[in-house]
Write a protein that binds this ligand. Structure first.
Ligand SMILES: Nc1ncnc2c1ncn2[C@@H]1O[C@H](COP(=O)(O)OP(=O)(O)OP(=O)(O)O)[C@@H](O)[C@H]1O
Ligand SMILES: [Mg+2]
Length: 252
């Protein structure tokens, strides 16, 4: 396993956002964390990236404990977080935004090569390389933050709801690119999403979080009918009537 999270708990003041969450990611896998609003998905990624203090638990990256390290140190180890929302520097150009992703790197010649390769994967960014990032469309900004994260030399990308606020066709393009990156670079992906629809097509493993606790962990291949995910997501028993209600958009 390239990433192991054991018994992770996070508190914000008196609120327990995560309670005893354990999960693992193998190298080259696409792993998805699903769950409704407030389930603790963003907190999970933030805790792994060193952005929030953890209350209990241990996080290992390549068999080394990383819990307690500063976010910059974790990022230097090859673990990169793309946070929720598209955080581009809107007055900087596309190129300048990409260079921000490389400031920690010393291997400047490799950076230049990686930049060239990245722009081959994202030709729309290459065409707009000297434009201010604030003028890009939502989908293009999403590509920019993914590209910037890749240029940190990431072995694993953690993406917080990459499809949020994007048109379905753009989401498909973003996911196609992620698949492509896994194939070409052996990239490992840990992705938060609210909906299982798209993710079930290409995730290897799925976790469902609800109210800060892990409800389900299984290979995506075993979850294709969506029933177990629905149960875990809404907290229903596996009774057909309730499942039918959930399928109609019901919930709590
Ligand atoms: N900085 C914070 N301070 C206090 N409470 C927080 C903070 N961040 C998150 N929380 C709370 O922790 C819980 C988990 O939040 P989190 O953002 O991890 O959920 P999420 O699964 O990412 O939800 P969403 O799908 O809405 O993004 C929520 O109840 C939220 O209100
Ligand atoms: Mg979130």
């Amino acid at each position: 396993m390239i990433l192991e999270v054991e018994n992770l708990s996070v508190r914000y003041g008196s609120l327990t956002a995560l309670r005893g969450v354990s999960l693992g990611v193998d190298e080259g896998q696409i792993v998805c964390v699903l769950g409704p609003n407030g389930a603790g998905k963003s907190t999970t990624l933030a805790a792994i990236a060193g952005g929030v203090a953890i209350h209990t638990g241990i996080i290992r990256w390549c068999n080394q404990p990383i819990s307690g390290l500063m976010p910059e140190a974790i990022s230097r180890l090859g673990l990169s977080l793309v946070p929720e929302g598209r955080h581009v520097f809107s007055t900087l150009t596309v190129e300048e935004n990409l260079l921000v992703g490389t400031y920690q790197r010393r291997d400047r010649q490799e950076v230049a090569k990686d930049m060239k390769r990245a722009l081959e994967i994202f030709p729309r960014l290459r065409e707009r390389i000297h434009q201010p990032a604030g003028r890009l469309s939502g989908g293009e900004q999403q590509m920019l933050v993914i590209c910037r994260a890749l240029l940190t030399n990431a072995r694993m990308l953690m993406m917080d709801e990459p499809s949020l606020g994007l048109a379905p066709i753009i989401v498909d393009q973003v996911y196609e690119m992620l698949l492509n990156l896994r194939q070409r670079n052996g990239l490992t992906l840990l992705i938060n999403e609210q909906s299982s629809e798209r993710i079930l097509k290409f995730a290897d493993h799925v976790y469902v979080l609800r109210s800060g606790e892990l409800q389900l962990s299984d290979a995506a291949a075993n979850l294709q009918d969506g029933k177990a995910i629905m149960n875990a997501y809404f907290g229903f028993d596996a009774r057909p009537a309730e499942l039918a209600a959930a399928g109609n958009g019901g919930g709590r």
